[in-house]
Ligand binder design. Structure first.
Ligand SMILES: O=C(O)[C@@H](O)C(=O)CO
Ligand code: MG
Length: 252
């Protein structure tokens, strides 16, 4: 059976962060992710997750400023020191939270030098944290202009080049649809590399139903391909979170 996590950065924002855990559990989620938990105490966050019996599935490496700042440093030539400092801090958070995955953000860059630095930084990070699952996620260039990792083929080549067993793909079906025009075909091509999935409707990035991505068919593909990881709801609720959860109760 598919395991669904709630992205608490985007869902249940009607409530303060620490109250979102109970709301997620009541709604039927069994895991949570928080993109950038860095202004909160890990003790409070893990207590909230434990109290509700929720797995802490994922966090991101920290950008300096969630409200509009650059998204990471892993592919920025000259940003190696900054990346390593950020990664060390993110690793401490991941360990204290008992998180399963850490998404490493590439930042805004382009070209061969950026690719080389990204590969070097990812290889370094994978060796620092062999027990933790590290992920990279292609993001579409409209929502995230200038972001280095904007393509699934690029991500596949980088994963192959690093070749670390603890580094995999974060497959966000919304970005896949945006980038390739066909999230299901993209899954068929790249799903074998996926360790974590995020979902949202397209084009609005609202609830995962009724848009251009055929989610019932997508969930059937996941099942057929033997995917056994988490599927995280990472979308902007069209109205309130709770009134838009019908999709979660449709058997996958
Ligand atoms: O899809 C997204 O936008 C996120 O998963 C993310 O990590 C960007 O910060
Ligand atoms: Mg995503």
């Amino acid at each position: 059976m598919t395991r669904f996590a709630a992205n608490l950065t985007m869902l249940f924002t009607e409530l303060p962060m620490l109250e979102r855990f109970a709301a997620a559990r009541r709604a039927g989620f069994t895991g949570v992710e928080v993109l950038f938990p860095y202004d909160l105490a890990t003790r409070e966050l893990s207590r909230a997750a434990r109290a509700e019996g929720l797995a802490f599935v994922l966090l991101n490496t920290p950008p300096p400023n969630w409200a509009g700042g650059p998204r990471g440093f892993a592919a920025i030539p000259g940003g190696e020191d900054r990346f390593r400092r950020d990664f060390t801090r993110a690793l401490r958070f991941a360990q204290e939270l008992g998180a399963m995955h850490l998404h490493i953000m590439a930042g805004r860059a382009e070209g061969d030098a950026a690719r080389r630095i990204f590969v070097d930084n990812l290889s370094w990070a994978a060796a620092q944290a062999p027990q933790l699952s590290l992920l990279i996620e292609p993001l579409n260039p409209v929502d995230m202009p200038g972001y280095f990792l904007n393509d699934f083929e690029l991500a596949a080549g980088i994963l192959d080049e690093v070749g670390a067993p603890n580094l995999g793909l974060q497959f966000d079906a919304y970005h896949a649809q945006h980038i390739t025009g066909d999230a299901l075909a993209c899954w068929d091509r790249h799903g074998a590399r996926a360790r974590h999935i995020q979902i949202a409707g397209f084009p609005g990035r609202n609830e995962p139903q009724g848009g251009d991505i055929d989610y019932p068919a997508f969930f059937r593909r996941l099942k057929a391909s033997g995917y056994d990881g988490w599927v995280s709801a990472e979308y902007n609720p069209a109205t309130t979170t709770e009134t838009g959860l019908e999709w979660l109760n449709t058997p996958a």
